[in-house]
Design a protein around this ligand. Structure first.
Ligand SMILES: Nc1nc2c(ncn2[C@@H]2O[C@H](COP(=O)(O)OP(=O)(O)O)[C@@H](O)[C@H]2O)c(=O)[nH]1
Ligand SMILES: [Mg+2]
Ligand SMILES: [Zn+2]
Length: 303
């Protein structure tokens, strides 16, 4: 038996690093049967034990996961698809322009990362496309996220502005990169490590028209010790088993404050004696964060 780390999982074969070499492996029959309910029993980031006497090598056991992230299901089936496991960091790549990323998107991913107990960081890319006023607004936003515990970076992937600081921060971490198509994820990966040579320019229009793309998450080794999981075509993560009163617990600035609300299950809407609404009025909580909290509550639990 050999130990290996899964770098890619397509459902039919698995790219596994065993020692210093990559092998295309298959899954033992017992897992294929169990796998009927989850679309994919083995995820990128999984440590596995393999029988390398066989050709191709066979994955026999999956080691317990430190954590994992579920992919939001694209259809209405109850199937869960594990996107990646054993992650140290979720890196949200936002773009300040062309296309501009909403704070709503950033906050939704931050909430999901909190729910999974995984640290998160934010990159504001395409800094070169901003005027002075926009530059100041982005700096303010980055400062707010820093304050909340989400380390933030402002970058220009083309001129490599901010890329060295980002690389230092990412050293030796296993991270999952998420962000809309076209924000510069692939360009940033190439700026971080030119050896990666990831294709840029986004998904072709032909494939982008609401079709189910057949791209898979893939992990890349880097020269600076980070393992980077690229997630082409993944829009958002799925949340499991979350209750309305839980949502505010995934906002660090609300988590502590809400203990002072009169009702323990306060949703911070119209309830009397709400400490969160009070903090909003004094500016202790940022208005855009509270608005996004309301939006998330509404999205997950429509009235
Ligand atoms: N001006 C500018 N363009 C960028 C920057 N980063 C990426 N781009 C461009 O944006 C487009 C999409 O980049 P890509 O890396 O493929 O985005 P992805 O879909 O998130 O992987 C490409 O044309 C890149 O050249 C940046 O920091 N500044
Ligand atoms: Mg890309
Ligand atoms: Zn409240």
């Amino acid at each position: 038996m050999s130990k290996g780390l899964v770098y890619k999982s397509t459902g039919s074969f698995y790219k596994v690093k065993i020692g210093n070499t990559f092998e295309e492996c298959v899954l033992a029959g017992k897992y294929r049967l169990e796998g009927k309910r989850t679309t994919n029993p083995v995820a990128v980031g999984d440590w596995v034990e393999l029988n390398t006497e066989k050709l191709p090598p066979v994955i026999e056991t999956i080691s317990p996961r430190k954590n994992y992230i579920i992919r939001k299901s694209v259809n209405l089936s109850k199937e869960a698809h594990i996107l990646a496991s054993n992650i140290d960091l979720v890196l949200i790549v936002a773009s300040v322009a062309k296309p501009r990323t909403s704070t709503g998107f950033i906050n939704r991913i931050l909430v999901t990362a909190e729910a999974y107990g995984i640290p998160a960081a934010v990159v504001f890319n395409k800094a070169d496309l901003q005027n002075a006023k926009e530059t100041a607004a982005t700096a303010e936003l980055a400062e707010e996220f820093d304050f909340l515990g989400y380390t933030s970076f402002i970058t220009d992937a083309l001129s490599h502005q901010g890329v060295d600081a980002l690389r230092t921060f990412l050293e030796d971490k296993t991270l999952l990169v998420i962000g809309h198509s076209g924000v510069g994820k692939s360009s940033l990966l190439n700026a971080l490590d030119p050896m990666l040579n990831v294709k840029t320019g986004g998904i072709s229009k032909k494939h982008n028209k609401g079709m189910h793309t057949t791209t898979f998450a893939e992990m890349h080794d880097t020269s600076f010790g980070a393992r980077i999981i690229d997630t082409p075509g993944v829009k958002e993560f799925g949340l499991v088993d979350i209750q309305p009163a839980d949502v505010s617990g995934y906002f660090p600035e609300i988590r502590e404050l809400r203990k002072k609300c009169r009702f323990h299950n306060c949703l911070h809407l119209e309830e009397p004696g709400c400490a969160v609404k009070e903090a909003l009025e004094t500016g202790e909580i940022a208005a855009f964060r509270f608005q996004d909290y309301l939006n998330i509550l509404e999205t997950i639990f429509p009235k």
